[in-house]
Every structure is written in C-alpha cells, then in structure tokens.
Design a binder for this molecule. Sequence first.
Ligand code: NAD
Length: 254
Amino acid sequence: MRLKDKVIIITGAGSGIGKETAILFAKEGATIVVNDLNEESGQQTIDEIHSNNGKALFIQGNVTKTKDVQYLVDEVIKKFGRIDVLFNNAGISGVGQLHEIEPETWEQVFKVNVYGVFLVSKYVIPHMMERRSGAIINMSSCIAEIGLANRASYAATKGAVLSLTKSMQVDYAKYNLRINALMPGTIYTPFVENYISKSPDPEKTISTIKKRQLGEELGKPIDVAYAALYLASDESKFMMGAHIYIDGGVVNGK
Ligand SMILES: NC(=O)c1ccc[n+]([C@@H]2O[C@H](COP(=O)([O-])OP(=O)(O)OC[C@H]3O[C@@H](n4cnc5c(N)ncnc54)[C@H](O)[C@@H]3O)[C@@H](O)[C@H]2O)c1
C-alpha cells in the first residue's frame, strides 16, 4: 500500500493514462477523486475502482472553467479535509504545422493543456500550503524536448507545462510541496488510437511511431501510471522539479 490514506485528485481520469493511474493508485490504498469532462467515462473509472473494493469519487468538470474547478476543490476539502496529491493529467491533442493551425485550435489546446494546469493548481495549492505538505504531478510529454512533425501547438503546450513545473517547484519548495513532471512517449490510449485511425495510412503511422523509439512495442497507460505512482508516493520525497521520461528511449536512447 504505497499510497495508503492519501487523497488524490486526477484530472482527465475517465480515459487512457488518467484512468489507468486512478485504478492503480486506488489499489495502492489512496482515495481517488476522478475528474473528467465526460460524465460516462468518469463514472466507468469509478465503477472499476469500486469493483476492486477501492475508494473513489467522481466529480464531473472542465479544468478550464473556474466554477467547475472551485467546486471540485471545495467538494474534496469538504469531504476529505485535505488534498495530498494532484495529478494534472487532462489534455487534448493539437495536430498541424503552424501555418495550418486555426487560431481557435491553438487557443483551445493551450486552454486545456496549460491554462487547465494553472487553474486547478491555483485552487489546490493554498490547501497544500496550509498543511505544508503535498505533491503535484504535471503531465508534459517527451515532445516538449524534441521536434515532432505536425504537432506545433501540442508540443508548445507541453514545453510550457515542463517549464511551469520547474517554476512552481522553486516557488513552493518552502511550503514543502513537490512538483514534478512526466514525459511520456507514444502511449497507446484513445488519444493516440484516434490519431492513428484518422491518419491516411494507419499501418505506416504505427511504423513511423515505432521508428522513433528503441523498443518494439508502443507504451501502455500502465507504464506511465507506475512512474506517476512513484512521484505520488513518499518514496520520491527527494525529487523536486524533476521530469521523468517514459518513452521507450525516444529522447535519451539514440
Ligand atoms: N497518449 C500519449 O501518447 C501521450 C503522450 C504524452 C503525453 N500524453 C498526455 O497524457 C495526458 C492523458 O492523455 P491520454 O492519452 O490518456 O488521453 P485520453 O484522451 O485517453 O484521456 C484524456 C482525458 O481527459 C479528458 N479531458 C479532456 N479535456 C478535459 C477538460 N477540459 N477537463 C477535464 N477533462 C478533460 C478527456 O475527456 C479524457 O477522458 C494528456 O495530457 C496527454 O497530452 C499522452
């Protein structure tokens, strides 16, 4: 039980990496607050956790809406009295070269991926500061570090999250908070499945993705969930402002 009795909010936990992490964290003894825009998929995560005898609560909400975020944080404090860990996981994709991207798309990708991290953290952090205890995990991506075709907006948001993580760590170290980032490579989730299936030649797209990494298989949500587990647990108490690659060697292996 590596997360025994911790109260943990995971945004975007109705699907993919967030869902898998919620299920793993609950098995490790945490009480999970599942946030997602999508009511049905958020409820499915809860049902799966409950069927394993885990503790979880679903609070539907949009990470970019102040009212939703305030409600989320207020409810968690009302019900559990504290927030031990926040996993800023919710995110959306943005495809296209810079000159092709509509300004509205650019804004929307930044809104969810960067503003959403800002907004949820803004309302959670005062509660952590008060208790002088807490860990925040921000979801970046290995493409924050490398160029990738057709991902200008998305890569820029993940670079912003990485740099935000480090500044947050500097500001809140004195309150004993730890802020770290995850840098996944391509992880086979609905997010990636959707991109592959819409590409003109899905087989070719899969083989191009594989060529970027050292390993043969694409990453799985559980691969990222285990890294998140380490950052959420007290085992990582000396990790501050760090970022962890879970990318099959894309960045560091070649
Ligand atoms: N899958 C990958 O290859 C990969 C790689 C690196 C980083 N990431 C990042 O990991 C995170 C999760 O990705 P995934 O692949 O599991 O995606 P996913 O699409 O499977 O899940 C994302 C979830 O976030 C929710 N969501 C979207 N916008 C939201 C909002 N405004 N408010 C609340 N919830 C919202 C969606 O409803 C969905 O359930 C994202 O931040 C993504 O950028 C993914």
